[in-house]
Design a protein around this ligand. Structure first.
Ligand code: CTP
Ligand code: CA
Length: 218
């Protein structure tokens, strides 16, 4: 009998996954960030790897072990994540789960001291939109999936994001409850064919279902 993973539905496919937050330095000791544990993205990387895919996982700073058989690239900022994603192409599918900070800071080279001078000004600049860049780029993967964490009008916002960013699917994530860092997720899968409402599920189960849908689509 053969050893190792059996041939799966995604064998021979390259799937790119982003996960976790990005950290945008303010100075050498401080940063701004989005709230994200990385667990949903890591679970998706693991689930597509279990179906046999070659997986590149571009991860922001998280405290999670690398899933079996997954090639992980660690980054800190949104700009670094954008570069790592470009470098990982071509891919058959890109699943952008990362909670990318929308703004970076023109970081101070030395630690900012409190006290005189009042409050320090934070000069924000907009970060590249990694999902939109990939979805509209020349090396677009066949399937581009975004996530949308929303606190209200979840499906409405996600549907608008799908069109605005040029993604095939958006997984709309209702974060009005206690999702952040928790084990369960309530998601709605927005595709050109409509919206699938999934019941509240463990993040691993969301990942397995999504991996199955990805295999169907590829
Ligand atoms: N995303 C990205 N690069 C960014 C911002 C977001 O790739 N600079 C991706 C996320 O990984 C996610 C999707 O875009 O898959 C939606 O992110 P979200 O923050 O919900 O969308 P925004 O367009 O930033 O809108 P909002 O104002 O609601 O934050
Ligand atoms: Ca955002």
């Amino acid at each position: 009998l053969e050893r190792g993973p059996a041939r799966g539905r995604l064998t021979g496919r390259h799937v790119l996954v982003t996960a976790g937050p990005t950290h945008e330095p303010i100075d050498p000791v401080r940063y701004i960030a989005n709230r994200s544990s990385g667990r949903q993205g890591f679970a998706i990387a693991e689930a597509v790897a279990e179906l046999g895919a070659t997986v590149t996982l571009v991860s922001g700073p998280v405290a999670l072990p690398t899933p079996r058989g997954v090639h992980r690239i660690d980054v800190e900022t949104a700009r670094e994540m954008a570069e790592a994603v470009e470098a990982a192409l071509p891919a058959d599918a890109a699943i952008m789960v990362a909670a990318v900070a929308d703004w970076g800071v023109d970081a101070a080279l030395q630690k900012i001291k409190k006290g005189d001078g009042g409050l320090p000004p934070l000069a924000l600049r907009e970060n590249p939109d990694i999902l939109a860049t990939i979805a509209r780029g020349p090396r677009r993967p066949k399937l581009v999936v975004g996530f949308a964490a929303e606190t209200e009008k979840v499906v409405e916002h996600a549907t608008a994001k799908r069109a605005r960013k040029g993604a095939d699917w958006i997984v709309a994530n209702d974060v009005s409850g206690d999702v952040m860092g928790g084990d369960a997720n309530t998601v709605h899968l927005v595709t050109p064919d409509g919206v699938d409402h999934w019941e509240k599920l463990p993040k691993r189960e969301v990942a397995r279902r999504l991996a199955d849908r990805i295999a169907d689509a590829l």
